[in-house]
Write a new protein. Sequence first.
Length: 267
Amino acid sequence: MEIQLWREILDPYVLAVDEIMIKFEHMKTSYRNKGLYSPIEQVMGRVKTISSILEKAQKKQIPLERIEEEIDDIAGIRIICQFVDDIYRVVEMIKQRNDMKITSERDYVAERKESGYRSYHMNILYTVELSDGPKELTAEIQIRTLAMNFWATIEHSLQYKYKKNMPENLKKRLLNASEAIVVLDEEMSEVREEIMDAQNSFQAKASIVADILTNIQNLYKVANKREVLKIQDEFLKIYETEDIMQLTRFHKELDMISEGYRAQSLK
Ligand code: 0O2
């Protein structure tokens, strides 16, 4: 197939990956903006390379004209979570969406592959709007923890290096490592509440500080400069104490001051 034709085939998948990634990134930031823990830690995406498509087509004996129908991971999205429970929360979130129609799911977290690979796979139908109208295409979403991703990345490079001839002792070591990853994920889940508390209070503090700084910046436009400098000094003193209660109280007081100026400006 000519390069130009490949470009025509792959372009809609590039758009799909970009759009889907933005949507998941938005989910992540909307949790964080509310000062909440996000089950999504990281979002990645890629369109399969031409050589990788050809390799898969050859392996699965797919004729070139049926590539789009038969290869369902031309568009691939990877969602990385901190904890195993988060994987299932993300799965539920995807199921609630109207713009992603799930066609199949494979839970390699509950039942890992022979290689030791663990991840949750979902195939979806997604519609992109092109210059000549809408196009529905398939995409694969892989959802896994940071630890599962670490294992899969290393194993993938070794698979690439050895092709089908991975030495038996290396396969065994990878299986052992995969078991260690299961234990690591379980251990992390045990301390999940504590980790989440720490992260939640970090997020909450970050969101309060961001709000305070925006308020101070806006006050510079409407209030007396000396008064704003006094507020700013007070904020810095409270910030240094690292006392979240004091910071929250200051945040509320500042909100009232800003509200007062806003009301005055409307008169
Ligand atoms: P790349 O480079 O990741 O894009 P199927 O068996 O087809 O019904 P499955 O398992 O979802 O269903 O499909 P497939 O084609 O075996 O695997 C799809 C993708 O899952 C792979 O993409 C890998 O990303 C990942 N994967 C599946 N099995 C393994 C494994 O044993 N080890 C690792 N590291 N990854 C795996 P590709 O095609 O490898 O390409």
